[in-house]
Design a protein around this ligand. Structure first.
Ligand SMILES: Cc1cc2nc3c(=O)[nH]c(=O)nc-3n(C[C@H](O)[C@H](O)[C@H](O)COP(=O)(O)OP(=O)(O)OC[C@H]3O[C@@H](n4cnc5c(N)ncnc54)[C@H](O)[C@@H]3O)c2cc1C
Length: 360
């Protein structure tokens, strides 16, 4: 099949920033908007997958950075119930435990000090006027998160897109885009061509090339494979956790207790842990069950679980994402105003950066 479909605005992807921007574009212009995603699920990195009989749960250990305006916007726009993480998220390394606020501030102040010694003041200016992660933690901030996790975000995005009757093509990978005769032509894996006046990408849009007049940008993607275990254990943790950044283990890097997100609670004593680990760093002869044993010994060493804790269920998932490098983000955004790459690294900062446009 080689058909052509024409739109005013086409977005590559259905992640939250992409979807919310598309909704605003449609509200502001009343134009014909299409979202294309190579996956069959809407939501980008914020999808939920089926975890045994426990229902749908998020794929990765997620956290929302602190930004009050972005929290308020997401809560209202997507109608999400936000709860304060309990306890608040922290970093851990050996005997040191640092909450997110203090860790971010310590890193920012360290950078400002080292830049200032070299008479560079950009990071100081950003700290004072711009950077949302740089805060003076006199009064610790409350990190919030949706009660149902990514499942709730995904459902809210689908709902909002349906309400605005925004079209979606799922299971279609866009390979390349070329500007011809004043419009963009997009080519997809199944031979479908889409024509649009304006084209929107994000940092994770995995196109192979973009052609514009005599320029041809071959996109260099940085691939990251995020691997996680959903581990259900037979009892409650000895100490409460919400989200932990682990800095002292060769494989484990993140850990969250997402029991509060359960769709179906099979037993009130059970705990659902989501553990992010560096799959690529593990030795070839280390099996998945060896990895689980490793995670259990880490949990025991930290005194987070009892010695005789039992595993009820485990599931591994690998979630591959590619990122367009910043020099190509810049090159794409300099082409002309009919193509825009929304640069995103983090959901909350991405939302915060777009709030001005959406309120215009
Ligand atoms: C595993 C993981 C964990 C993360 N955790 C956090 C977190 O805890 N907190 C946080 O704030 N941020 C996190 N992020 C960052 C996250 O990317 C952003 O928060 C947010 O999802 C960005 O939204 P987006 O709209 O740019 O698109 P994304 O959510 O990145 O979605 C991009 C979509 O585009 C589709 N796509 C890409 N290329 C093509 C193509 N050529 N054709 C068709 N479809 C295509 C993909 O299938 C995907 O669905 C995480 C990212 C990942 C991958």
């Amino acid at each position: 099949m080689n058909a052509q479909q024409k739109y005013d605005y086409v977005y590559i992807g259905t992640g939250p920033i992409t979807a919310i921007d598309a909704i605003h574009k449609q509200m502001q212009s009343n134009g014909d908007v299409l979202l294309i995603d190579e996956k069959t699920q809407v939501g980008g990195a914020w999808v939920a997958i089926e975890v045994g009989e426990f229902g749908h749960l998020e794929v990765g250990c997620h956290i929302w950075s602190y930004n009050k305006k972005a929290y308020q916007f997401l809560g209202t726009f997507l109608n999400l119930e936000l709860i304060a993480l309990n306890p608040q998220p922290f970093f851990i390394k050996g005997n040191q435990k640092l909450t997110y606020d203090y860790k971010n501030a310590a890193l920012t102040l360290k950078k400002i000090a080292s830049d200032s010694l070299r008479l560079r003041f950009k990071s100081l200016m950003q700290f004072l006027f711009k950077n949302p992660s740089a805060r003076v933690p006199i009064v610790p901030k409350k990190y919030l998160y949706p009660k149902g996790g990514a499942r709730e975000i995904q459902a809210a995005i689908i709902n909002a897109l349906h309400e605005r009757e925004i079209k979606m093509e799922l299971g279609q990978k866009v390979i390349g885009a070329a500007k011809k005769d004043g419009h963009w032509e997009l080519y997809s894996t199944n031979g479908q061509t889409y024509i649009t006046k304006e084209l929107y990408l994000t940092s994770t849009s995995a196109l192979e090339r973009i052609e514009f007049e005599d320029k041809r940008i071959e996109l260099e993607h940085r691939k990251v494979n995020y691997s996680h275990f959903h581990l259900i254990i037979d009892r409650k943790l000895k100490q409460k956790l919400s989200y932990v950044r682990v800095l002292d283990d060769p494989y484990i890097h993140r850990l969250s207790d997402i029991t509060y997100q359960l769709e179906r609670q099979m037993n009130p004593d059970q705990t659902v842990l989501l553990v992010g680990f560096f799959y690529d760093k593990k030795p070839a002869d280390m099996s998945d069950s060896n990895l689980i044993e490793h995670i259990f010994s880490y949990l025991k060493k930290r005194n987070w679980v009892e010695e005789d804790v039992q595993l009820v269920y485990s599931q591994i998932n690998h979630f591959e994402t590619t990122y367009i490098p910043s020099h190509q983000v810049k090159a794409i955004n300099e082409l002309d105003d009919t193509i825009q790459l929304i640069h995103t690294t983090d959901l909350i900062y991405g939302i915060q950066a777009k709030l001005k446009d959406w309120r215009a």
